[in-house]
Design a protein around this ligand. Structure first.
Ligand code: DX5
Ligand code: ZN
Length: 230
């Protein structure tokens, strides 16, 4: 995984058919997804439950691109090894999930995986100021985590601040929540390069109508790259 700041679209399989993940993953990748975003929820840090390591290991067999695993769990540290073994390429933990995010990022890197740190909408950019050399990705939440399909919360100012703080470091800025062709341009103009999208990618499509996924991904990408050109 060489670092670059090109726009990457990362569909969240939280909006996929839960009885058909293998085909759903292959469909979004065939239709232009750059990464596959996997939302892990524990019913404690967030008010919803999704997948554990065995499910993530099963997804891995179908992912040809990059498996981006977003842990919305607390505590995080006891599970890092299991998600690394499940085949995550990137493991992202929340800065709010415990008192030792610095240690958590060290532990993720110690597994040989890329380390991400996520910030809830109410958490300021400054909270990661001392983590920039330990992180490969900063995930700016633009909804309160827990569910797909929520209303976008504008975090453009935070993205701009983070982009300035990151400087020349090889650190991605990822946006998660309510990303669609309308919200993507402002975020990319502010410095984001990875766009997670659940409902905006899966809406109207299915594995039988995967062309709809392709059109949805293309629409987000066109809006995003348009912002860079402009
Ligand atoms: C929210 C998850 C997101 C979510 C995005 O807790 O982290 O990845 O699936 O879904 P949309 O794009 O529908 O807001
Ligand atoms: Zn997510």
């Amino acid at each position: 995984m060489a670092f670059d700041r090109s726009i990457k679209i990362a569909p969240s399989i939280l909006s996929a058919d839960f009885a058909d993940f293998g085909r759903e993953i292959r469909a979004i990748e065939d239709q232009g997804a750059d990464w596959v975003h996997v939302d892990v929820m524990d019913g404690h840090f967030v008010p919803n439950l999704t997948f554990g390591p065995p499910a993530v290991a099963a997804f891995r067999k179908h992912v040809k691109t990059v498996m981006d695993v977003h842990l919305m769990i607390a505590p995080v540290d006891p599970y890092i090894e299991a998600f690394a073994k499940a085949g995550a390429d990137i493991i992202t933990a929340h800065v709010e999930a415990g008192p030792h995010i610095h240690r958590t990022l060290q532990a993720i890197r110690a597994t040989g995986k890329k380390a991400g740190v996520a910030l809830n909408p109410g958490t300021p950019a400054d909270s990661v100021a001392h983590l920039l050399d330990l992180a490969d990705l900063i995930c700016v939440m633009t909804v309160n985590p827990g569910f797909g399909g929520q209303k976008f919360i504008d975090m453009t100012g935070k993205v701009r601040q983070l982009r300035a703080m990151i400087g020349d470091r090889p650190v991605h800025i990822e946006i998660d929540g309510g990303v669609d062709p309308g919200t993507a341009p402002g975020l990319v103009a502010a410095g984001a390069d990875v766009l997670v999208a659940g409902s905006a990618v899966f809406k109207g499509g299915s594995v039988e109508r995967a062309d709809v996924y392709g059109a949805n991904i293309a629409a987000i990408r066109a809006a995003a790259t348009g912002a860079l050109a402009g």
